[in-house]
Design a protein around this ligand. Structure first.
Ligand code: MN
Length: 254
């Protein structure tokens, strides 16, 4: 199982969740919302071989934390994984749009000058400006659009730009999400939960709830679950290799 976008540090007992992920053999990309959260979050999982910690600056708090961009620049050498980053065009965050663009642009530049990174990207109500910035900074690395909710036209533009996609149970529960997933290249899809923010059965999603996304993919793709799981593990290995090329780290897997 793979949860390629989860906020491990925001569970009440992150150490325990990390240990459970290890025993359940869940591969996790543990994203962070601020550069100052990265070191502590990475330290939570030093022994868990299947968990990687991404360096992030969430667009919803970019205006409060833009002072941490300097720290981001220093930490970029520590990891080939970056996220959660991006833009959020929802009404409650739109007012800070210029800070969001400044932070996201700077982050993409920092990733490019570091040789490229694997990027977990938020693009809620902002697919177009996110794609515009990715198009301008293609050396930033491999973008993975998390919970993509743009239009079909934006999806095909994203595919053309080399984007990957991480899809979760909530996305696969709705007709629009399923229709988008059906049009994503199967060799560029990973599963995620976005836990603990997303609820599954009235409880915060756990990384292993990504099994529900696997089941959703099996339906959308018309493939047996085992085939879907094989495909996802293959995709994860490719991302691990891309991460290695972009950075200096070990691949996911094993
Ligand atoms: Mn998230």
């Amino acid at each position: 199982m793979i949860d390629f976008h989860c906020h491990l540090d925001l569970y009440p007992d992150p150490r325990r969740v990390a240990g459970d992920c290890q025993s359940r053999k869940v591969y996790v990309l543990s994203v962070t919302n601020t550069p100052s959260a990265w070191a502590g979050t990475a330290a939570l999982v030093r022994e868990e071989a299947r968990i990687r910690t991404a360096l992030g600056l969430h667009p919803q708090i970019a205006h409060e934390r833009k002072g941490e961009l300097k720290l981001f620049e220093r930490l970029i050498q520590e990891t080939p994984y970056v996220g959660e980053i991006g833009l959020d065009g929802s009404p409650e965050f739109r007012g800070h749009g210029s800070d969001q663009v400044t932070a996201f642009t700077r982050i993409l530049e920092v990733c490019a000058s570091a040789g490229g990174r694997v990027l977990s990207i938020h693009s809620r109500r902002a697919a177009k400006p996110v794609l515009d910035l990715l198009a301008k900074c293609q050396d930033a690395g491999t973008p993975i659009l998390h919970w993509f909710s743009g239009t079909f036209r934006e999806l095909s533009r994203a595919v053309g730009l080399g984007c990957w996609f991480s899809v979760g149970p909530a996305m696969l529960a709705g007709d629009k999400g399923r229709a988008l997933v059906a049009k994503m290249p199967r060799d560029r899809v990973l599963t995620e939960t976005d836990g603990p923010f997303v609820q599954v059965d009235g409880k915060p999603a756990m990384p292993w709830d990504s099994v529900r996304a696997e089941a959703g993919l099996a339906e959308v793709w018309g493939e047996p679950l085992e085939e879907v799981q094989r495909r996802l593990v293959g995709n994860l290995r490719v991302i691990g290799m891309l991460a290695k090329q972009g950075g200096h780290w070990t691949t996911l897997g094993g």
